[in-house]
Design a protein around this ligand. Structure first.
Ligand SMILES: Nc1ncnc2c1ncn2[C@@H]1O[C@H](COP(=O)(O)OP(=O)(O)OP(=O)(O)O)[C@@H](O)[C@H]1O
Ligand SMILES: [Mg+2]
Length: 286
């Protein structure tokens, strides 16, 4: 596959928040390198604007109208700002304002209907007290989107990437994406495999051998990128988050699933924990 095909169409849901500014900037960085087409969407939501709910509030129509206009105007401004940012970077951009719908559902449906290759989204709108966790829209999109999702949590940068590898096909695919991004951005990749401590108690040497093997297999898939390998022992999610934080990685890349045969959830527990708690941006590949 040629590089361009990885990120032909990028969807960027925007809400005018600080984290969405970083998301727009990171989306622009990627779109420039891959000559992607970008679609920005903003969903204007307020329960007072919902046709069914409007009836329930006993506010005079003139006030309702004013509130509605205020939200629409704010929405238009958000979408215009986003459109400008991409246009100024010379990126082909399509901007859409949607009203009354659920923002996550709108994004998920667009991905399905229009076949996006990537969704780039900020981690949360409000609640700066929990700076690194995910807002409900981001969480829903990350879990259910049919394409890779890049959750942007910090300054837009792709220089130091951590690819979490468990030997699964999903992780291999995630690495494929990481390599594309690293090639275009001149970034370095560290392959990280974490062996669970509980297995280690059984047969330390053998387990270490398996870990080394998983890492060297993954390494054969890397071309034209500076990379390193790293084997750790402990809880996978916790260790991935800790290493990324301690060594200042910009981006963690994980598969949406791993080795588990249990398919109860939309995301594996490691990708779920990492996307929820890491301090840096996270790319979930599926
Ligand atoms: N031990 C590990 N070391 C490094 N990365 C891992 C490890 N386990 C999982 N990952 C990363 O997380 C991704 C998702 O795997 P995860 O374990 O979350 O899903 P799963 O195995 O399908 O489900 P679960 O383990 O929760 O039952 C993998 O593609 C890989 O990128
Ligand atoms: Mg697993």
């Amino acid at each position: 596959m040629t590089a361009k095909l990885y990120f032909r169409k990028i969807l960027v849901p925007v809400d005018g928040s600080h984290s969405c500014l970083h998301a727009k900037m990171l989306a622009a960085l990627i779109a420039k390198k891959f000559q992607s087409k970008v679609t920005v969407i903003h969903v204007v939501t307020h329960e007072l604007m919902h046709p069914e709910l409007k009836a329930q509030y006993r506010l005079p129509p003139s006030i309702l109208h004013e509130i509605e206009n205020w939200y629409l105007q704010a929405g238009r401004k958000i979408i215009r700002n986003a459109e400008e940012l991409f246009r100024e970077e010379g990126i082909e951009v399509d901007a859409r304002l949607v009203t009354y719908e659920d923002p996550a559902e709108t994004a998920l449906q667009l991905v399905k209907e229009e076949g996006y290759d990537l969704v780039v989204i900020g981690n949360r709108a409000k609640n700066q007290a929990e700076r690194f966790s995910l807002g409900s829209v981001t969480e829903k999109v990350a879990r259910h989107a049919e394409c890779p999702v890049l959750i942007v949590k910090q300054k837009p940068k792709i220089t130091k990437m951590l690819a979490a590898i468990d030997g699964s096909e999903h992780a291999d695919k995630a690495l494929e994406y990481a390599v594309q991004l690293a090639q275009k951005h001149g970034a370095k990749i560290t392959l990280l495999h974490v062996e669970e401590a509980k297995l280690l108690r059984l047969e330390p040497k053998a387990i270490e051998g398996i870990g080394e093997r998983i890492l060297s297999d993954a390494a054969t898939k890397i071309e034209e990128v500076d990379f390193g390998k790293r084997l750790e022992f402990g809880s996978p999610a916790e260790t991935i988050i800790k290493v990324a934080k301690k060594e200042n990685y910009d981006l963690i890349v994980v598969g949406s699933r791993g080795l588990s045969s249990v398919k109860r959830f939309f995301l594996g527990s490691v990708s779920d924990d990492v996307s929820m708690h890491a301090r840096c941006s996270v790319l979930i590949v599926r």
